[in-house]
Design a protein around this ligand. Sequence first.
Ligand code: F6R
Length: 553
Amino acid sequence: MCGIVGYIGTEDSKEILLRGLEKLEYRGYDSAGIAVVNNEGVHVFKEKGRIAELRQAVDNSVVAPAGIGHTRWATHGVPSQENAHPHQSTSGRFTLVHNGVIENYAILKREYLQDVTFKSETDTEVIVQLIEKIAAEGFNVVASDAMAMLQVTDQYVELMDKETVIVTKEGVTIKTLDGEVVERAPYTAELDASDIEKGTYPHYMLKEIDEQPLVVRKIIQEYQNENNELHIDADILGAMDEADRIYIVACGTSYHAGLVGKQFIETWAKVPVEVHVASEFSYNMPLLSEKPLFIFISQSGETADSRAVLVQIKELGYKALTITNVPGSTLSRESDYTLLLHAGPEIAVASTKAYTAQLAVLSILAAVTAKTRGIELEFDLVQELAIVANTMEVLCDDKEEMESIALQFLATTRNAFFIGRSVDYYVGLEGALKLKEISYIQAEGFAGGELKHGTIALIENNTPIIALATQEHVNLSIRGNVKEVVARGANPCIISMKGLETEEDRYVIPKVHETLSPLAAVIPLQLISYYAALHRDCDVDKPRNLAKSVTVE
Ligand code: F6R
C-alpha cells in the first residue's frame, strides 16, 4: 500500500517529488523518503512520520534534476527512519523504492547475503543488496545457443572455427590454434526471453503457427525504408543484378521455400534460378554459369550440409547471400550478405513460421530485384503481403475445422499423398514433410501430373489424397488428377482458393495473390499435421529421430 513517485527532467526534482508524495500520503504515512541524483551523486533524505516531517529533513541546498520518492505503510519492520525507503546497497551504487512484498526475502538473505550488514529490517533492502551483489559478482557462461543463457545475459561473443577460449569468472580470452589472442567485441542478442516461452500454448509448434501473421507484418516493416518502400541493401541488389543465374542451396523445409523462391525470382525479376538440395550439391556440383550468385536459405544458419557448399563455393571465389533467422550464425558470418527472417526463435523442431518468413523475404528480394532491373510489377507487394497476413490470421482461427479434417483423413491412416501443380506442388512437398516428421504417417508430395507415371500404383481404398488447387492455370488439370485417384478408391481432401472452388472441395482458402498463395496454403497443412500428430499421441515439438539444428553432415 506504499506510494511511489519519480521525476527526471530539467527542474529541481525535490519539490516535485515531495508534492507527489503528499498526494499519495493516503496510501501510507508512517514514514517517507526521497533520493535525488545530481553530478555529485545520490542524496537520500528520509524520515519517520508524515511528509511534513520529511520536508524538514530535506537539505534545500541540494539541487538535482532526477529522483525517486516513497511513502511507506509498514509491512517488514517497524515504522522508523532506517526502515523508510529509499534503500541503498552497501556501496551506494543502487538505490531502490519498492511497493509490494518480497515473499522469499528471508531465503534470499540466508542464501546469498550472509556477509552483508543490513541497515534496516525491510524486505526491500534485501533486493537492493542482492542487485549490488549480482552486478559485482562477475560471471561468464558458454552456450551453443544464446537463448540458453538469456535469463542471465544478453551479451555474447562468437567463437569461430579453429579458436579456443579460456573462460574465467572475470573474463574471456579467445586464441587461435597458434596461440594468437583474438579481440572480438560482444554483440547484444536481440532476443526477448518471452519469445522462448510457450505461454498458454500446449506446444511451441501451435504457438509458432499462430505467430505467422505477425511475422509477415514484421518482415514488411523491417524491409521498408522511411518512404514505406520495400528496401534491400544496395550491395545485395547489385549482386542479384549482376548474376546470370542464381543457385539456391538449402535442406528440408528451407529447400521447399527455395522452390517457391525460384518462382518469385524467375516470374518477377526474370533471373534464372536453380534450387539444389545442399547434401547433393556438395558431392555433385552442377555445371555452374559464368556469373553465379548463391543464396543459402537456412532457418538456423548452422546446417552442416549447407555450410559445406558455402565453403566450397567461397573457395571458388563466388559470392553468397544467406537468408536466415539467426543473426551471427555460421552461414550468415561466412556469407557476403545476409537477409534476416525476423521470425523470432523457432523452438518446435518442425519448421513453420521460418518457412513462411523465408517465403516473405524471398518475395521481397524478388520484387525489389525486379524494380532494380527496370521491371514494373503490376501489383503492390506490401499490399499483397498485408492481405496474406490477414488471410493467415483467418486460417489460424479456423483450428476446429483443421482438427476435423485431420480426424477425417489422417486419424488412422498408414500413408497420405499430397498433390499439386506449379507452386502447389512445392507447398505439397512441405505439407508432406510436416505431416511425416511429426505424425510418422508416411506422407509424400507429388506433382499432380506425375502420379500416373508410377505412384498411382500405391493408391488403395481410402488412401488420403490432399490436393491443392490455388492456381488458376492448372486448376482443371489438378482436378483431373484428383478424379484419376478417386477412380482408384482414394479419399480426396481438396484445398482450393476462393474463386477456383467447386462443391467437392473440403476447404477453401480466402483469395490472396496467386503467386503468394504458398504463404497461405501451407497453414492448413501445418495445422492438419499438428492435429494428426496430436491425435496419434506423438510428441509434436520433439519428433523422434530429429534435431532442430543439423550440424553434422
Ligand atoms: C523440417 C525442418 C528441416 C529443416 C532443415 C534445414 O520441419 O525444420 O527440414 O528445414 O533441417 O534446416 P535449416 O533451415 O536450419 O538449414
